[in-house]
Design a protein around this ligand. Structure first.
Ligand SMILES: [Mg+2]
Length: 258
């Protein structure tokens, strides 16, 4: 829709100051999206850049992802970054302490079994099991999108309390209610070393909009990775551009001679 194109044109963000707290989504933002979630690659040098930024920001750097914490740790090893996993249902603070997580609702196991059967019967469909949710990926079976979404939405309501059905990029997620990325960022900002800093959040997907709204309300910086309508105030075109921005930021924040 070329007529709407200018609406999506946001300027590139300024480089962070040492008084920023940086919150980063992972898939489609820090990392390029892959055919399957277990096929993503971490570019050489990215882990070092994140470690450097964490130091320069006094520890105030956290990942805010839909992935479980265990997957984030495996991707960014040897780092154990402060992180919100599963959209904030799992959270680890900057000291490495895990925070209490929500319990699974009644009916969760039955929903999982129904979706597993559906995925089994539709080649290319992938059911990802997380400790606090289920993600039905249809990137490998795009013709099944409508059916997958309808089934997931119908099953969400069979749990007590109901699961939240949240669409993403070629995925429909069913999540234990009670957290979103905005709430996860707010929880970090209540704790050292994030407290009192200017928050900045970069994300690409619709589930990042909660984070954008929260950070905008706190007069922080919101960075959309991609081009679409968004509450974000800045934008970078794709994950490689975000990685270049982070790398420039790390260099700019490093004192000369270090
Ligand atoms: Mg993402």
């Amino acid at each position: 829709m070329p007529l709407e194109e200018p609406l999506f044109h946001l300027p590139a963000p300024p480089l962070p100051g040492t008084d920023w707290a940086l919150f980063l989504d992972v898939d489609g933002c820090l990392l390029d999206i892959a055919e399957r979630p277990d096929e993503v690659a971490v570019e050489a040098g990215l882990t070092e850049t994140l470690a450097c930024l964490r130091t320069r920001l006094g520890g105030a750097l956290a990942l805010v992802s839909g992935r479980p914490l265990a997957q984030l740790d495996a991707l960014f090893a040897p780092l154990h970054l402060a992180a919100a996993g599963q959209h904030g249902l799992e959270r680890r603070d900057a000291r490495g302490h895990l925070l209490p997580t929500a319990t699974l609702p009644d009916g969760f196991a039955a929903v999982e079994a129904r979706l597993a059967l559906f995925a089994e019967r539709h080649p290319g469909m992938l059911l990802e099991r997380k400790s606090h949710g289920l993600a039905l990926h249809y990137r490998g079976a795009p013709a099944c999108e409508t059916e997958a979404r309808r089934l997931a939405e119908a099953l969400a309501g069979t749990c007590e309390p109901p699961l939240a059905a949240v669409p993403g990029k070629a995925v429909i997620e069913l999540r234990v209610p009670g957290s979103d990325k905005g709430q996860a960022i707010a929880a970090f900002l209540d704790e050292p070393p994030f407290r009192g800093r200017i928050p900045a959040f970069a994300g690409d997907d619709v589930t990042d909009e909660d984070g954008f709204r929260r950070v905008n309300a706190l007069q922080g910086h919101t960075i959309l990775v991609g081009r679409r309508a968004s509450a974000a105030r800045w934008a970078l075109p794709d994950p490689p551009a975000l990685r270049r921005w982070l790398s420039e930021a790390a260099q700019a924040l490093t004192p000369k001679g270090d």
